[in-house]
Design a protein around this ligand. Structure first.
Ligand code: NAP
Length: 284
């Protein structure tokens, strides 16, 4: 029997419903709304489209929203000054810097300059460290979205084998820690992993975030597994994932499509984190 689909829009909608409810409750009590900003450097078309979507969604949900559009050739010092302004701005409770940045900018230094309490993308070393030590902090939106997708299936994570392909700071590493915290046994794979196919065959939960089209074949999937395809590669005019969807859906119990899987949820998780930052500031 073909797998159930994990539809990103459905998962995102349930998170948005919670956000709107919580914003309404806080507004009724305090008359305040949370503020969210995105910093965009240059004109990268994919980044521009993400930022437009973020702005639309944040306004629709009832956030105060700002986009700081900055020139491609902005200096490191000028960008750091914008970050400092946002750190100090009382209207803004959380903000993120859209990646990738132009090559002349030191990405790590820029992300580290963000006030960790406003770091709604979860990329500051303090928030990563909190995740490492099981403390409350912001979690990278993509990893957080994948957790919501797994929870959406209502299948247990406790004691299950989770195999993650990709060890980036925004997907594989944070997700490994999140799933460990939920008592999964986690294997984190990467481009130097030997015997990837056999490792995947043992996975109750298989997450592919390599950016390599068709990497995961149907016979890599354990019967009944949950398969989350995070990879997105533009092939001609189509977006293609890392999993051979047609083969894998015949074996898995749950599977996410590309497009329409993780993508729609990540922006919503940014709003979720902005709401958390707002509540933290208000101490509620
Ligand atoms: P990244 O930083 O480039 O990391 C890719 C990871 O995959 C690396 O750890 C790499 O191993 C590993 N890898 C690459 N090819 C592999 C292979 N053939 N076998 C095993 N491992 C392999 O990428 P990222 O930022 O994490 O993104 C990963 C993918 O997810 C991309 O397609 C990206 O577009 C997509 N993505 C989607 C969303 C969304 O909202 N839908 C959000 C974020 C990312 P090494 O470490 O050894 O190099």
């Amino acid at each position: 029997m073909p797998a159930n689909l994990i539809k990103g829009d459905e998962v995102a909608e349930s998170v948005r419903t919670e956000i709107v409810k919580e914003l309404g409750r806080i507004y009724d009590e305090t008359g305040l709304v949370p503020g969210l900003a995105v910093v965009l450097v240059g004109q990268n078309p994919a980044s521009l489209s993400y930022v437009i979507n973020k702005e639309k969604q944040s306004k629709k949900l009832g956030f105060y929203s700002e986009v700081r559009r900055l020139p491609e050739d902005i200096s490191q010092d000028d960008l750091l000054e914008v970050i400092e302004e946002l750190n100090e701005d009382e209207k803004i409770h959380g903000f993120m810097v859209q990646l990738p940045l132009p090559e002349h900018l030191d990405e790590r230094a820029i992300l580290t300059a963000i006030d960790p309490e406003k770091d709604i993308d979860g990329t500051h070393p303090i928030n990563m460290g909190k995740l490492f030590s099981d403390e409350k902090g912001f979690i990278a939106c993509t990893a957080h979205s994948i957790l919501h997708m797994i929870e959406h299936t209502k299948q247990p994570v406790y004691g299950k084998s989770a195999v993650l392909i990709g060890r980036s700071n925004i997907v594989g590493k944070p997700l490994a820690l999140i799933l460990l915290r939920r008592n999964a046994s986690v294997t984190l794979c990467h481009s130097k992993t030997v015997g990837l196919a056999d490792i995947c065959r043992e996975a109750d939960i298989l997450v592919a975030a390599a950016g390599s089209t068709g990497l995961v074949k149907g016979d890599w999937v354990k019967p009944g597994a949950i398969v989350i395809d995070v990879g997105v590669t533009q092939v001609g005019d189509r977006l293609v994932g890392d999993v051979d969807f047609d083969q894998a859906k015949e074996v898995a119990s749950w599977i996410s499509p590309v497009p329409g899987g993780v993508g729609p949820i990540t922006i919503t998780m940014l709003m979720w984190n902005a709401l958390e930052a707002f509540k933290y500031k208000l101490e509620i």
